[in-house]
Design a protein around this ligand. Sequence first.
Ligand SMILES: Cc1cc2nc3c(=O)[nH]c(=O)nc-3n(C[C@H](O)[C@H](O)[C@H](O)COP(=O)(O)OP(=O)(O)OC[C@H]3O[C@@H](n4cnc5c(N)ncnc54)[C@H](O)[C@@H]3O)c2cc1C
Length: 474
Amino acid sequence: MADAVETLTHPPEAHPKLRNWSSTYNVSPELLFHPTTNDEVALILKEAGRKGKKVRAVGLHNSPGPIWHSNQWLISLRHFTHSSFPSTSRTAILGAGLSLRDANPLLASHGLSLPTLGSLPDVTVGACFSGPDHGSSAFHSISAGAAKAVTIVLPTGEVRRVERGDELFRAAGAGAAAVGIVTEVEFECEEAFGLEFTMSRTRLEDYLDDDDSGRKLWELARSSEYVKLWYYPGPTPTSSSPNTVLWRASRCPMPPPQQNTLYTRLSSQFTHLIHATAFFITTYLFPFLQPWLNASGYWLLAGTMPKTQRLRSYEAQYMDCGYWQLVDEWSAPLPAPSSSAKSPPAPAAQILRQLITFFASPEGKRVGMHAPMELRFSRVKGEDFFLSPAASYGELLGREEKEEDLVMWFEPIIYRPLNLPTPSRFYTFLISFESLFRSRPASRPHWTKPTLTLLRIRANQDVRPGEAGAVEEG
Ligand SMILES: Cc1cc2nc3c(=O)[nH]c(=O)nc-3n(C[C@H](O)[C@H](O)[C@H](O)COP(=O)(O)OP(=O)(O)OC[C@H]3O[C@@H](n4cnc5c(N)ncnc54)[C@H](O)[C@@H]3O)c2cc1C
């Protein structure tokens, strides 16, 4: 038994260097395992128990936050890339190590699509189920809501298939590997579809109700099957000028795949270069220029709108996320407004008002928040994971739950031009940002994004010295 791990198909790697997408972390676990079967995963977990080692699962280690970090044992599922498509139903059984970049075209080739996806294709199926990955739709839950069963290896080494409704399934979904290692996910898919999306100009303030009931926001979220907003805090020519991009998509027949030409790749790189140069100047040299840069960026983009395009569903939901960045994301309740004229305030609407007011204040301008800030929506019904930040909140708000209750996601994006440490004023902002959510009922963090709580816990270990200092200062 002492050398049980030596029987594995692939020997573990000792102290490999792993980085996340934004290169904000360097992680070097004692051992990184690459099992090939459920039995091998079970063997590793049992051996870890025997040796008193802590184990975590890792996908493509792209999470912005430290949720996948370990200085002890990590298990990668990269050999679990199998797939099968039962002919009797519209389901797909996908290995936990398959990336969505590979899985989505594969699903399409079987005439299937997942109902909703986040912006990043480089996410493994295991992480898509285990993190609260979400896109933006008032008609769909977080991505894990499409799973109907998973195969999971428990810390005891027991291999279990658990289904929607089982307690263990509810604990594993959006549960960040807390209950076991997921090796396979069975998704309930839809017939393959395309999305016709339109980007148009709008003003975020127009969606605030006087009573903060959230009615206008809720109606906007439900105005198409997929809706998201990119808010550009900064000066506008008049008090009614637009400052936000409204992205709305509805289904269309499946178009042919998008062609990723050399021209599109080069123009994307060129745009990133221009963006990073401008943001370097405002982030490190002249922060007071940032609101003006946001406004100019918005007007350049606005010049191309309204813009309509048809893409495959997954291509339309992916986004060119640019380059290195520090992000944080929280959800807040946006309950379906009551039919009577008066509804109690919605936490999402209250928080949105506070953020808009903050960005317009002298203090907010001093922070020089980067644009855009991404605002998205998820449906609450359709999943019942214990740890989901989009789980139902009726009881916590003291309100009756409704089928059409939503959460609204708030994601500030702080770019890191040249991958330099983030100035401390942004951490100070994030502390205030998080406190807006902490002070409201049922507002919850996205587990894979670096909430300050997680950063604090791991500051001594993983955050670069400049950042750790900044967090502690805050
Ligand atoms: C540029 C960018 C854009 C993003 N856009 C979005 C977005 O639009 N919406 C959104 O919700 N998120 C978004 N994210 C977050 C990202 O989708 C998640 O962090 C995702 O989990 C990363 O996938 P991964 O395979 O790298 O997982 P990892 O970072 O490796 O792991 C994430 C979590 O899943 C757990 N895990 C991984 N595999 C397993 C397994 N087999 N069994 C059990 N647990 C497992 C890990 O332990 C960890 O807790 C974005 C991230 C980036 C960098």
